[in-house]
Design a protein around this ligand. Structure first.
Ligand SMILES: Cc1cc2nc3c(=O)[nH]c(=O)nc-3n(C[C@H](O)[C@H](O)[C@H](O)COP(=O)(O)O)c2cc1C
Length: 192
């Protein structure tokens, strides 16, 4: 169960630019024998954290909200590597991605932390060619803080500019970086 790369997609566009980069990443990982699973957050029933703190009680496991996050907690626990892909919306990650991240409170704090030592890949796409002006840097910085808090290792961050769905394919350098990150994550698995 310790050999999976789980890709979490936070864009509502299933054929959008961030999804295209995750496909490329997946290609690189599968080539080297890794088992990859992708989960699209959009359309799943994932409610925002209610701050009830039930998840922090010692004898309680998981989250008090019963929705699709329950199956995702299991997948996240089983995966050795986790890739989070999001478009930049209003100078940060998409709402779908943020709601998902808030819900990690139930499995990311203290003795309940399931992320310690896991490999993390980050993928971001945005329209403005400048990662500062686009807001991508805000998201990258947030992921650095999140992963430091969780004790998870950021293996790589792949980010590039594109606007219409599919345009990222013209950015050969970033497509290549996604492929390389997939290979890198696969090489960190114990493949038999
Ligand atoms: C609601 C919305 C907000 C956006 N906000 C930004 C932004 O703040 N900065 C930026 O550079 N691009 C912004 N964009 C453009 C997207 O980030 C860009 O089209 C990206 O490639 C989408 O990735 P996707 O195809 O994976 O969904 C926005 C797009 C939408 C629909």
């Amino acid at each position: 169960m310790d050999d999976k790369i789980l890709i979490i997609l936070g864009s509502p566009r299933k054929k959008g630019n961030s999804a295209i980069l995750t496909n490329k990443l997946s290609e690189g990982a599968v080539e080297l024998g890794a088992d990859v699973e992708s989960v699209y957050l959009n359309g799943l029933d994932i409610k925002p954290c209610q701050g009830c703190e039930k998840c922090q009680e010692e004898t309680f496991s998981g989250c008090a909200i019963e929705d699709d996050m329950n199956q995702l907690y299991l997948k996240l626990q089983e995966a050795k590597s986790i890739v989070i892909a999001s478009p930049i919306y209003w100078f940060n990650i998409s709402a779908q991605t943020k709601i998902f991240i808030d819900r990690l409170y139930a499995v990311g704090v203290g003795s309940k932390n399931i992320f310690k030592g896991k490999n993390i890949g980050i993928i971001l796409t945005f329209a403005d060619p400048d990662p500062f002006i686009s807001g991508a840097v805000n998201a990258l910085r947030s992921f650095q803080d999140i992963c430091r808090y969780l004790g998870a290792n950021i293996t790589g961050m792949v980010y590039g500019s594109a606007n219409k769905a599919g345009e990222i394919k013209n950015n050969y350098a970033v497509m290549e970086k996604a492929l390389m990150l997939g290979r890198d994550l696969a090489q960190r698995m114990t493949i038999v």
